[in-house]
Design a protein around this ligand. Structure first.
Ligand SMILES: [Zn+2]
Length: 248
């Protein structure tokens, strides 16, 4: 008779609500851990820094109405734990305490618009992506390409023409095995999609792009609005950097 195996200890995971709905700007949750580094919740709408997208900021609101500022969000000690970094002199929250979550929605929506614009740009510039970064006011991708092939006016025009079509984006999940069978899906050489969870999340822009990405995106490309290329520069042999910002 095989002996029953002990159940693996459950890590303190945070349910990532932004994965299924990037438009949640408020939610309720329970504190599962709290120390001088920050607060872990049983579920969250705060995106932790990763994949070139910065962590969300906002507030946790206690039952008595006290607002506790969240100045940054990072990945926690275990793969699915999210650490909400509090401002200096914040009160210590209690484990088991219920809080209301609020993210700085204006900032996050700008990040979502620029992030999705970078997906579009990765389809306008046909070259391997070697890096990327997003801030609330600008975003950039690095390409392994001849600098002479990067034309700011062309990139701007093509990206804006695609976003103006108002295409609805979709989230698609595939298994690790399906991804292994389609390596062409992974455009970003420097960021391999997270594996081991059995399935990988893809952003699909029908007719434009399909690639693994764990970030937050707009529902419709029209939300991005016009962008402009603010700079193209050489950042190394395999890194030709194209930086974009909102045109208005
Ligand atoms: Zn993405």
């Amino acid at each position: 008779m095989p002996r029953p195996e002990a159940l693996p200890q459950k890590p303190m995971a945070t349910e990532l609500l932004f994965r299924t709905d990037a438009y949640l700007s408020t939610a309720t949750a329970e504190v599962t851990a709290a120390d001088e580094h920050g607060v872990v919740l049983d579920r969250t709408i705060f995106y932790p820094t990763g994949g070139g997208q910065p962590g969300d900021t906002g507030a946790l609101i206690r039952a008595d109405g006290t607002r506790v500022a969240v100045v940054d969000t990072r990945k926690g000690a275990t793969p699915d734990a999210v650490l909400h970094v509090l401002g200096p002199d914040s009160p210590r929250l209690d484990v088991g305490e219920a809080v209301t979550l609020e993210i700085d929605w204006q900032r996050r929506h700008r990040l979502m618009r620029l992030h999705t614009a970078l997906h579009v740009m990765s389809c306008v510039v046909i070259a391997p992506v070697t890096g990327g970064q997003i801030a609330p006011d600008k975003g950039r991708l690095d390409f392994d390409i001849d600098l002479a092939l990067l034309d700011a006016a062309h990139i701007e025009r093509e990206v804006n023409a695609i976003t103006a079509r108002g295409i609805e984006t979709e989230t698609v999940w595939i298994t690790d095995e399906e991804l292994d069978a389609r390596p062409e899906l992974v455009k970003t050489m420097s960021v391999q999609p997270p594996r081991g969870a059995g399935r990988v999340r893809l952003l699909k822009i029908p007719g434009v792009d399909l690639q693994p990405c764990g970030g937050t995106h707009v529902r419709n490309l029209a939300e991005i609005g016009p962008i402009r290329v603010i700079r193209i520069r050489n950042e190394g042999k395999r890194n030709k950097r194209v930086e974009i910002a909102f045109a208005d």
